[in-house]
Design a protein around this ligand. Structure first.
Ligand code: PLP
Length: 358
């Protein structure tokens, strides 16, 4: 920020250096996906990228055309779909294991009036369940239908190889150790909904966030280009789940029977509201989430909980733990111990409060 502070669009040499550095980042990121660097448009994150696909398509699609989405999508897909295709959104059914039925996608595509866009995420930000995105991509290709795959949860956690089979995919740098407020849309005809400038070859108006782009590509180099041993990382999460099952025999894990990202565990605890657990664990040094981060202040609005028809009582007991590449066996063990301590403390408080309420 102190050296390369020039506006990348200005005509002098200092700006050319900034432009070149931005292009290098673009090329390095695209090399990991194996796609042409011209297919990447930097955005403020996955929300802008997802919204852009719907808003751009709405301008060219027929008035009666519909879009097809999965029931687990992040609000930047489900709400964008409703915003640009009001009352023209079809939603796939939820399978008990947290995934979708690929046959149902095929039926929609074979229909006389197929959807003009399919949106099925690569992996859920809540449950970590990996959807059959490759099958969806191949089906969409066969039927000539654009496929938006929200792959925000993939970089640093799963291979990006073959994501280019999807028409569009998106990223957000803070999901792989980069800064917040920067990400991208990938696709041959990718362009943002933001107009009003010739930046990004006319595909996104607004001065590029150069410091964030450079930071994102640094995080990419260190955490995404080479994946760690994901089987080993998954086994740490699985051991944590076993310890939790031993201590809370009535715990219910979501998505355990489906392929999942190694870093996520979503579960319903047998007692106490999730915010009580979050408060206790925070004091013990662990930051855990309720359903999805966006749903924290909005209890009951977890897409996974509503797709799987969890009762409101269960949704209020829903907790999510997410880890990162650097978390060790000790971190996971200390977390399950912290859950045990929190449980004892909550039981005591609950016993006290019932005496008081008498
Ligand atoms: N899609 C998924 C699957 C996400 O997990 C997120 C962030 O949580 C987003 C989209 C939106 O990302 P951002 O808020 O960085 O734009």
């Amino acid at each position: 920020m102190s050296e390369n502070w020039s506006n990348p669009s200005s005509p002098y040499r200092a700006s050319a250096l900034v432009r070149a550095s931005m292009q290098k980042s673009r090329e390095e990121i695209c090399a990991t996906y194996g796609v042409n660097p011209d297919h990447l448009v930097f955005t403020s994150g996955a929300t802008e990228a997802n919204n852009s696909v719907f808003s751009n398509l709405e301008r060219t699609a027929g008035e009666s055309s519909r879009v097809l989405i999965s029931p687990y999508e992040h609000p930047s897909i489900s709400e964008a779909a409703q915003r640009w295709f009001p009352h023209r959104v079809d939603c796939l059914s939820a399978k008990n294991d947290g995934s979708i039925f690929i046959d149902e996608v095929e039926n929609y595509l074979r229909n006389e009036s197929p959807p003009c866009l399919v949106a099925v995420m690569a992996a859920s930000n809540e449950s970590g369940v990996i959807q059959p995105w490759k099958e969806v991509a191949l089906l969409c290709r066969e039927h000539g239908i654009p496929y938006l795959c929200d792959s925000t949860q993939f970089p640093g956690k799963a291979s990006l190889h073959e994501l280019s089979l999807c028409t569009y995919n998106v990223a957000s740098a803070h999901k792989f150790g980069g800064p917040k407020g920067i990400g991208w849309l990938l696709g041959e005809d990718a362009s943002s909904l933001l107009v009003g400038g010739m930046q990004e070859k006319g595909r996104r108006g607004g001065t590029e966030n150069f410091p964030a782009i450079i930071s994102a590509s640094t995080a990419w180099e260190s955490a995404v280009k080479t994946l760690p041993n994901t089987n080993k990382l998954a086994s740490l999460r699985d051991d944590f789940e076993t310890q939790m099952e031993n201590f809370f025999p009535d715990i219910k894990f979501i998505g355990k029977d489906a392929p999942r990202l190694w870093n996520t565990s979503l579960f319903v605890l047998p007692s106490f509201d999730n915010l009580k657990w979050v408060g206790k664990l925070d004091k013990l040094g662990f930051q855990i989430s309720t359903g999805s981060a966006c749903a924290t202040n909005n209890v009951g609005e977890s897409p996974v909980a509503s797709a799987l028809k969890l009762s409101s009582e269960k949704t209020q007991r829903l907790l999510r733990v997410s880890s990162w590449q650097s978390h060790s066996v000790t971190d996971w063990e200390q977390l399950s111990e912290a859950f045990q301590k929190a449980s004892i403390s909550l039981e005591e408080e609950f016993a006290d409060s019932s005496v008081i309420s008498f």
